[in-house]
Design a protein around this ligand. Structure first.
Ligand code: ADP
Ligand code: MG
Length: 475
């Protein structure tokens, strides 16, 4: 590739960046390289198969357009996967040296934690000092929806990777608010990764990471800890926002760098994007932002429904009598909008209720049980037609009367009230309201609004009428 081609590629990159935005660019295109340009074909490479298929299925056209905008003759883009191999870890991870452990006769094989029982997978995991894994948090029970497709695909990809595969994005950084599935996804990755491949996946909460280091340092055992880290292929750290303390952060930074530079995969979850981890050093933040940063959005109603359905199915394994009608699931997924934990809470209550009373689960019962988990509804969007209908009914006139040009007192007042409410309770402009009231001028609407505004101060019965109307419109 010559300089001209490189310049061209740089310009295409700039186009892409402004086209897709910095985040997407950094996630998918930052490590794309130009290999060659042959006549009408551009050959480019990416470090992984996943990246290749993702770019092909999501950005092929835009990529081509950006090239064509620079060089109209380009007709085809060929994407290949660059081969890369796992490099050995540097002989010494650049961690601060602590007093040697030679005199320490305890079993340092496992780093700083004793070997615990359980399944072979969790035993190996525990032996490395990992945080406990919940067997229910697996890929099978993770429901994929619009808000988490990308995070799920990336986690799955990491879990399926083999030793020696090129690392496609490093670190994988997933952020989302509370209860949106971060821990679930990370633990699923740890389970699946440990089960399916010969690689070792270590799942740690940030607290455990801190505790591990502190404990290891106190036991003058940090070398063993470093040894243990050296044997893992994928380090998963949950709730990174809790990482605190200057020395812990320095250790974290060293570990991160050492792992990433040696081709080990790092996966991180936090409740905010890297740029907002204020307590972290700028260099750590930019290292974190240098991989794939994915946000998981809030759970949509459909996804909530599917999660509930999956939960009921799982619960029925242990509680065969637990039967939740679909209407109840639909109600809960509509009403409990906040997060996965509230959904779980709602189902647990239904389960407890059905166990304790032996009664079937009904909609009424569900409404009673989950009442306090329901968030206040978003203010309802009110329509002008609705206002006209309710006002007309209240004053015993017809809707057509309100829209007509009749000027008798029994229609003029209701019409003014309706216009006033339309201004107050909708986002419609005065001209728009005028149009919807039989093609009136906006000054007429303004006059009506002012008139009623003034009257409600002095006329208590009118004020009351208006309160009643508002209430009817709001529910
Ligand atoms: P976070 O770690 O982001 O705070 P969790 O992973 O602890 O959230 O999720 C909270 C609850 O919601 C858990 O019970 C989890 O299993 C459930 N949950 C969240 N997202 C999903 C999903 N996509 N599919 C199935 N369960 C989910
Ligand atoms: Mg969590």
């Amino acid at each position: 590739m010559n300089n001209v081609e490189q310049d061209l590629w740089n310009r295409v990159r700039e186009r892409l960046k402004s086209n897709v935005g910095d985040d997407i660019f950094n996630s998918w295109f930052a490590r794309m390289e130009l290999e060659a340009i042959d006549a009408d074909t551009v050959r480019m490479s990416v470090p992984t198969r996943f990246l290749k298929s993702w770019v092909q299925s999501h950005y092929a056209e835009r990529l081509l357009t950006c090239w064509q905008d620079e060089q109209a003759a380009i007709a085809r883009i060929e994407l290949t996967v660059r081969s890369a191999v796992l490099k050995p870890l540097p002989p010494k991870m650049k961690l601060p040296e602590i007093a040697p452990v030679a005199s320490d006769r305890r079993d340092t094989r496992t780093g700083f934690e004793s070997f615990r029982g359980g399944t072979p997978i969790s035993a190996a995991h525990d032996a490395l000092g990992g945080s406990p894994l919940d067997p229910r948090l697996c890929f099978e029970s993770f429901v994929v929806g619009r808000s988490n497709t990308l995070a799920h695909a990336a986690a799955k990809q990491v879990a399926q990777g083999r030793r020696g595969d090129a690392v496609m994005f490093n670190p994988l950084y997933i952020h989302a608010g509370v209860g949106l599935g971060k821990t679930h996804l990370l633990q699923a990755l740890a389970w699946a990764g440990n089960a399916a491949t010969e690689r070792k996946v270590l799942y740690l909460t940030a607290e455990k990471f801190m505790y591990g280091f502190v404990a290891a340092l106190r036991a003058q055992n940090a070398l063993a800890f470093k040894e243990a880290l050296r044997t893992i292929d994928v380090l998963v750290i949950d709730d990174l926002q809790f990482l605190q303390g200057k020395s812990t952060q320095a250790e974290f930074c060293h570990t991160l760098n050492a792992l990433i530079d040696s081709g080990r995969q790092v996966v991180i979850a936090a409740d905010r994007p890297p740029s907002e981890l204020e307590t972290l050093d700028e260099r750590v933040r930019s290292r974190l932002a240098g991989g794939l940063v994915v946000e998981m959005g809030s759970l949509g109603e459909e996804l909530r429904f599917e999660i509930l359905k999956a939960r009921v199915t799982a619960a029925r394994l242990h509680h065969p009598g637990f039967d939740v009608p679909s209407a109840v699931l639909a109600y809960i997924s509509k009403a409990v909008t906040h997060n996965g934990r509230d959904l779980e809470g709602a189902l647990n209550r239904l389960l407890a209720h059905s166990k304790l009373t032996g009664q079937p689960i009904t909609l009424e019962m569900a409404e009673r049980e989950v009442r306090d988990l329901i968030r206040p509804q978003e203010p309802k969007r009110i329509k002008i037609e609705e206002i006209q209908r309710i006002v007309a009914r209240q004053y015993n006139v017809s809707r057509a009367d309100l829209l007509s040009s009749r000027r008798t007192a029994n229609v003029v007042r209701p019409r003014q009230v309706a216009m006033y409410l339309a201004k107050l309770m909708t986002l419609r402009s005065l001209p728009e309201i005028g149009r919807r009231f039989g093609g009136r001028d906006h000054t007429t609407v303004l006059h009506a609004v002012r008139k009623i505004e003034n009257l409600v101060h002095s006329d208590t019965s009118l004020a009351e009428e208006i309160e009643i109307l508002k209430r009817q419109l709001q529910d």
